[in-house]
Design a protein around this ligand. Structure first.
Ligand code: URA
Length: 241
């Protein structure tokens, strides 16, 4: 299916300047489409198939973008907030021209993997309650977590509102006054991990998402940093969703 659009609109959407500035670039014969210099800003191009160059450098057009971020504490997983910084505010300039939004939510004090995209279909699949996409968290929990908790979690936990979670896999990494655990859950209920531990009378004091639907948080990303998913990662998450 062709997706014809005015050249000046395509270039201004890609933030190569205002329509006026782009017209000037064309007048200066700096813009080529399929190796032909073009001066008509209204020429129709298909940004996905036409080869557009400015000063002989090819413009990379992408419809969808998929970004993984290591969300820090104190930042909201939303596009806009009056009081707090959002994950979208943390994006570097190169990603700002894409209208991305977070596919899923983490509490303000939860760190770790969050996916930002402008692919509404994929976000919808990830968030669909019917899909049961696995999400794994690392948590520090006040209280001794032991095999009885593993057993309870594996049968599903009835939350304070009566909802019974899917069976969840709890792995104890270190059991002491402050235990360290990994927990995989299959829904995204409000404060789910914290509420599951409340039921077994323990308190989550640190929470970080480390994977979601086969996508694993890149350990080289510092808190607040992000990067585009590789093609293999995009394939993986699309297969899992
Ligand atoms: N469970 C929680 O309690 N908080 C999160 O941010 C994610 C899962």
């Amino acid at each position: 299916m062709s997706n014809l659009q005015r050249l000046d609109k395509v270039l201004s959407n890609l933030e190569f300047g205002s329509r006026k500035e782009i017209r000037l670039l064309m007048k200066q014969e700096r813009v080529k489409v399929n190796d032909t210099t073009v001066k008509d800003p209204g020429i129709q191009v298909d940004p996905e198939t036409s080869i557009i160059k400015i000063d002989d450098r090819e413009i990379m057009y992408k419809k969808y973008i998929y970004i993984m971020m290591n969300k820090p504490d104190g930042v909201i997983s939303a596009t806009f907030d009056k009081r707090h910084k959002t994950v979208v505010n943390l994006l570097p300039g190169e990603f700002k021209r894409f209208d991305v939004f977070p596919a899923g939510r983490l509490d303000i004090d939860t760190e770790g993997l969050i996916l930002l995209t402008n692919d509404g279909q994929l976000a919808h699949e990830i968030l669909s309650p019917k899909k049961h996409i696995p999400k794994t968290y690392f948590a520090r929990v006040r209280g001794l977590v032991d095999s009885s908790d593993i057993e309870k979690f594996s049968g599903g936990i009835t939350l304070d509102d009566g909802y019974r979670t899917f069976p969840a896999q709890l792995e104890v990494l270190n059991s002491s006054e402050v235990s360290e655990v990994k927990l995989t859950i299959y829904e995204g209920k409000f404060h789910q991990v914290k509420r599951m531990f409340q039921v077994v009378e323990k308190e989550v004091i640190y929470l970080k998402r480390i994977s979601m639907g086969g996508l694993i948080l890149d350990n080289s990303l510092a808190l607040g940093e992000c990067r585009e998913l590789t093609k293999a990662e995009v394939r993986e998450i699309k297969v899992k969703c």
